[in-house]
Design a protein around this ligand. Structure first.
Ligand code: S3P
Ligand code: PEP
Ligand code: ZN
Length: 784
């Protein structure tokens, strides 16, 4: 028989975990306690099911049992119930030689245990837990309590039971919500102590835990309680997820969430806090999220961060000027991490704010830098693909599910500014959409796309298809980047677009509802127009086509759109017309949730900077290369290989974002090289005019022998790079290219306005430093 010992100093006791053991309760209890009077305390849910059987079984082994029960639920965990239990004890004639049996869930165990601790200064009690939460958690360890008007568990005692009898068969009749409630605690044990248990849970999501799993949880709790009965050290680890969990329960008046649900949100928040403090590895968040969600447990709260914060500050575990958070170093390895009260707001915002799934780790992001030439070495994990993440979040949002962000995994903090812009706008759009569906009036949305062309061009048609009124705004160069190509197509299909009079694209106001039909667009301005329409047209009521009026450039980006749409259940078909141009056929279709979140792979356009570093002789390995080849920029290494020929010809049509890095590589390839870049004109409409900014950067490194022809650039290589003072033109790809080049320059290089890397890769300079680059912040009066 599986028996677990709890080795507390004054009251060691045993826990028996055995399927079917409940029917032998009388016999099993008689082995621990001599025949006596027994008061069975239960609640209105459990008593009708099991109390009479227990009474009979006890009677058969010489006990004198009676039954008393109260209304099921946390609201009964009061001093009033306690008083009535004392009365029942008295009426049943209980003396200090007799005992109480707690038959039920956590509330029954807590209040009956506290009655046993105090009736006649203490009588023995036995736990027979009937819910999963009580079996794996509250029946073990001797914490008993009642709630007081000013707080949960405010009066109580450490009172170890004489015996705990756990029959996992009793769980089979429970409703699934009660099982989920207990699963939060089961998952907690995996997190804090046992990664193997966590893995078992991952492969058995949705299946009621076996006796072995319950025993594993009880063993973990028994070990921890044996080492620290009174909660001064190690036992605090059991509070993983409970710091925020208790605050959330309290802030919602103990009505919105069950304990398990609040702990579930709390565990997910604790992982994000751990990420913010650089303690917890970001791989844990999607795994934990997936597991909790498989049990239909929430991972985000609808409560305001302020409300949770207020409750958090009143937490009874507050110690002076800091609060003890339990953070995970790894799955199975928890530790106590004191967080100063002054940092609590940050921690709460980082982890509870619905807009941010990850947390903004402090990246090294100064404006002006000096980079010393030198060697870098090591391996890097590139951030999630920006292009795929935009699409995945958009498709996820279009499912209309709450917490749609969680249908996407692999996108970790620090988030790029572009992805933050997409998330922010999508939250506004999904909320407005839900309101509109209810028939409510929705005022004009102000959608700030920051500097992200993708956010802007992909969201315009979606907003139009949903019939929302919006004003799109943006910063940096975005208001100058073209979006007029939508105008003709949309005006003919029910949408009014108001552009500013000065010829800029933004602010753009749109109103009306897009109707299905035949859309025509050029394929050679920006593929983002086509991606945007493809995402929007399934939302309409009838079939549509998109016909391209010129050859498609940046085609891989359109294919990425189709691939992510298909993952979310939306098919699109394509023809190639006699003209050689594509036509897409889109039917009304809903975006649907899949059983697994969409996992965003590494960003090939960012990996390109590390390929450039390797090309220039640095020793860098990439831990997470793009796997699918969906990203056109995954061809960076193959293109660099072509440079072995002295006169390589490179077509930029499908890989526009690689240009700054490729141009620099061409220049640094040596005196014999002359590299032709074709189809470069579209580079002028990116974050900077990327022909002008790239050539200015090359000139800064002493590369002057460059010819610009119509739609073509020829770069002649040099034997070494000079050092200079380089402007990034506020373009992230220029700043990152220049930083890698600076490591090979003849002297120190200044890079101006380099914080623009936050657009796509906020951690870039922190990573560069970690790999050994010597970088200083340039200040007006001197350097630091
Ligand atoms: O759809 C996308 O995610 C992108 C498409 C490309 O733009 P164009 O299609 O305008 O070339 C690319 O340059 C941009 O960085 C991202
Ligand atoms: C052009 C880019 O992005 P976007 O068009 O989304 O601003 C880029 O990241 O280089
Ligand atoms: Zn708990």
């Amino acid at each position: 028989m599986p028996i677990i010992q709890v080795k507390t100093k004054n009251h060691p006791y045993e826990i028996l975990i055995q399927e079917g053991s409940f029917k032998d309760a009388g016999e099993l209890i008689s082995a621990k306690v001599s025949p006596c009077r027994v008061l069975i305390i239960s609640d209105s849910n459990v008593a009708p099911l099991y109390a009479e059987d227990l009474k009979k079984s006890l009677k058969a082994f010489g006990f004198t049992p009676s039954i008393w029960h109260f209304d099921a639920g946390e609201q009964s965990k009061t001093i009033n119930t306690l008083t009535r239990i004392y009365e029942a004890c008295y009426e049943s004639g209980l003396t200090r030689k007799d005992c109480i049996v707690a038959l039920g869930g956590g509330v029954v165990g807590d209040v009956a245990g506290f009655a046993a601790a105090t009736y006649q200064r203490g009588i023995p009690y036995i736990q027979i837990p009937t819910t999963l939460l009580a079996q794996v958690d509250s029946s073990v360890g001797g914490k008993t309590a009642i709630d007081l008007p000013f707080g949960k568990n405010m009066a109580g005692a450490f009172n170890q039971p004489a015996f705990v009898l756990i029959d996992p068969e009793l769980l089979n009749t429970l409703n699934p919500k009660i099982i989920s409630d207990g699963m939060a605690e089961v998952i907690k044990y995996g997190c804090i102590r046992d990664s193997a248990l966590f893995e078992i849970l991952e492969t058995s999501a949705g299946i009621i835990p076996s006796a072995q799993v319950i025993a594993r949880c009880v063993q973990i709790k028994a070990d921890i309680v044996s080492a620290d009965e009174f909660d001064f050290g190690e036992r605090m680890l059991l509070n993983f997820g409970h710091t925020f969990g208790h605050a959330i329960e309290k802030a919602s008046g103990y009505s919105l969430y069950t304990h398990g649900e609040a702990v579930s949100i709390g565990m997910s928040a604790a992982v994000k806090v751990g990420m913010a403090f650089g303690v917890t590895s970001p791989e844990i968040l999607p795994r934990l999220t997936y597991l909790l969600q498989a049990w239909k447990l929430p991972v985000l709260t609808s409560l305001s961060t302020e409300a949770v914060l207020t409750a958090l500050k009143a937490d009874k575990k507050q110690l002076g000027d800091h609060l003890n958070f339990i953070l995970l170093k790894d799955l199975g390895a928890a530790h106590i991490h004191p967080v100063p009260i002054s940092d609590l707001r940050r921690a709460a915002l980082d982890s509870l704010d619905q807009l941010v799934l990850g947390v903004p780790k402090k990246s090294f992001l100064p404006d002006n830098l000096i980079i010393h030439p030198g060697k870098i070495q090591g391996s890097v994990r590139i951030p999630a693909s920006k292009s795929l993440a935009h699409r995945a979040f958009i498709c996820a949002a279009l499912t209309g599910k709450t917490h749609w962000e969680l249908l996407v995994s692999g996108v970790y903090a620090p988030f790029s500014d572009d992805i933050k812009a997409t998330l922010r706008c999508l939250h506004q759009i999904t909320e407005a959409w839900a309101e509109k569906k209810k028939g409510h009036f929705v005022p004009e949305l102000i959608l700030d796309c920051s500097q992200s062309g993708t956010t802007l061009r992909l969201l315009i048609p979606i907003v139009a298809a949903l019939g929302l009124e919006a004003c799109f705004t943006g910063q940096g160069r975005l208001p100058k980047r073209p979006i007029h190509a939508y105008q003709e197509a949309f005006t003919a299909n029910g949408v009014i677009m108001d552009f500013p009079e000065n010829g800029d694209s933004l602010p753009l106001r749109i109103r009306g509802r897009l109707t299905a039909g035949k859309f025509e667009l050029p394929g050679n301005i920006s593929s983002q127009y086509i991606s945007g329409l493809l995402l929007a047209l399934p939302l309409l009521e009838s079939d549509s086509t998109i016909t391209l009026t010129s050859g498609l450039e940046s085609e891989s980006y359109v294919n990425m759109t189709l691939s992510v749409m298909s993952y979310f259940g939306v098919p699109v078909t394509r023809n190639t017309l006699n003209s050689g141009y594509h036509r897409y056929f889109v039917h009304p279709h809903s975006f649907t949730e899949t059983s697994r979140p969409y996992a965003v792979e590494g960003d090939a356009s960012q990996a390109a900077f590390w390929h450039l570093a390797s090309y220039l002789g640095q020793e860098i390995t990439i831990e997470n290369p793009a796997l699918s080849q969906l990203q056109g920029d995954a061809s960076m290494q193959a293109v660099l290989n072509q440079f072995s020929s002295n006169h390589a010809e490179i077509d930029m049509k499908d890989i526009p974002d690689l240009f700054p890095a490729l141009a620099l590589a061409a220049a640094a390839s040596g005196k014999d090289k002359r590299i032709y870049f074709k189809n470069v004109n579209r580079l002028r409409i990116k974050e900077s005019d990327r022909i002008e900014s790239t050539l200015a950067m090359l000139a800064g490194f002493g590369v002057e022998n460059v010819r610009v022809l119509d739609n073509e650039i020829i770069i002649n290589g040099v034997s070494s790079l000079k050092c200079g003072d380089i402007s990034s033109f506020s373009d992230h790809r220029i700043a990152m290219t220049a930083a890698i080049a600076a490591l090979k320059a003849e002297g120190d290089t200044i890079i101006r306005d380099s914080s623009c890397v936050a657009k796509s890769y906020p951690d870039f300079f922190s990573e560069l430093k970690r790999l050994g680059a010597e970088i200083e912040t340039l200040t007006e009066g001197g350097n630091t």
